[in-house]
Design a protein around this ligand. Structure first.
Ligand SMILES: Nc1ncnc2c1ncn2[C@@H]1O[C@H](COP(=O)(O)OP(=O)(O)O)[C@@H](O)[C@H]1O
Ligand SMILES: [Mg+2]
Length: 318
């Protein structure tokens, strides 16, 4: 593992980008997006968000995320077309600008995380789905379920929404909604299948979709540890039987650290994240990349912004 590279990169993490000639800039929680005509330049920064707040940066997080999304987009493009046009730098995807649906398509194979927290409180009914009662934490659903949410503004929380409500609000037409569900399920099935060949469980994930004309595309990111949960497969059964937390390679690690160590779950001012926690979490992202793709990543500490600028220039985008 590249632990020393992760430490060396701490002072160089990519917090923000400024490429004034690249297009109209929009800063999301994790990505800086530049729009020029029908093209989008998605620059994945090293920002870490949890509970809809940006907390800190993690060394090489942007590169690892964008590389993983690229890997998955490539693996699944025969199932559902996606927005990727070109990847001129490890942190940058040039994408087809689509008309996004204001819905996050969350697909879950297991009862865990926020849904488990809702299930215990009895607030899981917001999705309008008939969940069986008596399920245990981290138990597999008989079949994956789709629990859509609205896309929240910065600092607000994504709101669970039922199928009936999202149709009533016109967030998708009935025909598009059926297509979104079918696409999300097909992508998730392939994600689970591939993960299982790599000794992992793809537990749940979130997709965003957009349209150009009548054509549907997967947009944003895909099957990354920011948008998905991954568990280590061969430890699942024993940990489940004992009621222990699963070994996770994803963002749930920081959510649990925040709840346990800082009593923070999204309300009020986010706490400072110590460097040791930043490196530890960066290691988890990197481990996820290496486990999922079966390849190792050679990381070189240095100025990420300068490298991106160089690559964008070489590709004729600046
Ligand atoms: N191909 C695309 N067309 C239009 N919008 C896109 C596309 N891909 C991603 N987006 C949008 O760009 C933004 C990416 O930045 P991100 O940091 O993920 O933002 P957010 O804070 O909204 O999650 C998201 O709002 C996402 O919906
Ligand atoms: Mg996002």
């Amino acid at each position: 593992m590249n632990t020393s590279a992760l430490h060396a990169q701490l002072p160089h993490t990519l917090r923000q980008t400024q490429f004034p000639t690249l297009g109209t800039r929009y800063q999301g929680k994790v990505r800086d997006t530049y729009r020029k005509g029908d093209r989008l330049f998605l620059v994945t920064t090293d920002r870490l968000s949890a509970f809809d707040h940006v907390l800190t940066t993690l060394p090489f997080k942007g590169e690892v995320l964008n590389r993983l999304a690229t890997f998955w987009f490539e693996r699944t493009k025969h199932i559902v077309p996606n927005h990727v046009l070109e990847v001129p730098d490890p942190n940058v995807t040039v994408a087809r600008a689509c008309e996004p649906f204001a819905i996050e398509m969350v697909v879950r194979g297991y009862l865990t995380g926020s849904l488990w927290r809702d299930y215990q409180k009895g607030t899981h009914t917001a999705y309008g789905l008939p969940f069986p009662s008596g399920l245990r934490k981290d138990e597999a659903f008989p079949e994956p379920v789709i629990t859509p949410s609205t896309k929240a503004q910065y600092g607000q929380h994504d709101e669970p929404i039922s199928e009936a409500e999202l149709l009533a609000r016109g967030l998708a037409s009935p025909r598009d909604w059926a297509r979104l569900c079918e696409a999300a399920k097909a992508l998730f099935a392939e994600g689970q299948r591939w993960a299982s060949t790599r000794g992992l469980i793809l537990v749940d994930t979130k997709y965003e979709f957009g349209k150009v004309g009548d054509d549907l595309y997967v947009i944003d990111e895909m099957h990354t540890p920011d948008s998905s949960r991954y568990w280590v497969a061969d430890e699942y059964a024993a940990r489940f039987a004992k009621g222990e937390d699963q070994r996770m390679l994803d963002k749930e690690n920081i959510r649990q650290w925040l709840i346990r160590e800082r009593n923070f779950s999204g309300q009020g001012t986010p706490p400072q994240i110590p460097d040791a926690v930043r490196v530890d979490l960066a290691e988890k992202y990197l481990a996820a990349y290496e486990r999922i793709t079966g390849t190792t990543l050679k990381l070189e500490a240095g100025d990420v912004h300068a490298r991106i600028e160089q690559n964008l220039r070489a590709a004729g985008h600046l």
